[in-house]
Design a protein around this ligand. Structure first.
Ligand code: SAM
Length: 198
């Protein structure tokens, strides 16, 4: 039997993240999640934000896990994962002509290669409609500075393992040409929530 993937970090951060999504996506109808990972965030946020439809996406090897979480939920406001790898695939198009008016992505920019992170910001900037909101969660540097030594150690270990490593908030801003960074929110465990608006 397939065992659902599990991330303890997701369990720890999902409530603090939800507290921000509740206001940031208060008027959103269709939110695209980029890099849905295990699927834990998707079912939790869909359950607690019943006014919107949560559209999952990730690289294909993550789909079985995401689908397992969706299958075990009785939610009607969550959509099955689309194949979306930034750098390879076109920006997802929603079914039934639904229009994305919100984007969420957690813990993806430091996993992506630098060029992919740049493209992520450009794609979201291009595809969000005016007044659309992009909530981006994770660890970042700010003004070139790490928020803790453990973050710097983690960044170095990512680089050693071939990942892109932490991105600086200023470089994200430069790439997201049509977005403005409305808020930078300090989150538990030295993470941030970046609230971008078009
Ligand atoms: C550390 S996991 C985070 C998963 C989940 N969002 C979370 O917070 O637990 C990194 C995620 O980024 C996704 N990812 C990495 N490179 C990507 C790319 N180029 N395009 C889209 N997703 C990517 C991975 O597939 C994975 O789901």
């Amino acid at each position: 039997m397939f065992e659902k993937p599990f991330s303890q970090a997701c369990e720890n951060n999902k409530r603090p993240i939800l507290a921000q999504l509740e206001w940031a996506f208060a008027n959103a109808e269709n939110v695209l999640e980029i890099g849905s990972g295990t699927g834990q965030h998707a079912v939790f946020f869909a359950e607690h934000l019943p006014h919107l439809i949560w559209h999952t996406s990730d690289q294909v090897q993550y789909h079985q896990g995401i689908n397992a979480y969706i299958d075990d939920s009785s939610l009607t406001n969550i959509r099955r994962p689309q194949v979306f790898k930034v750098g390879e695939d076109d920006f997802p198009v929603l079914d039934q002509n639904a229009k994305i008016d919100g984007v969420f992505s957690a813990n993806t920019a430091h996993i992506m290669q630098k060029e992919e992170a740049e493209q992520l910001m450009q794609m979201v900037s291009e595809h969000l409609p005016v007044n659309g909101v992009f909530c981006q969660y994770g660890p970042f540097t700010h003004g070139g500075k790490f928020t803790s030594t453990s973050n710097e150690d983690f960044h170095n270990s990512l680089i050693e393992r071939g990942y892109g490593g932490y991105r600086d908030i200023e470089e994200l801003k430069a790439w997201a040409t049509d977005l403005s960074l409305a808020k930078i929110i300090d989150m538990p465990a030295n993470n941030h929530m970046l609230i971008w608006q078009k």
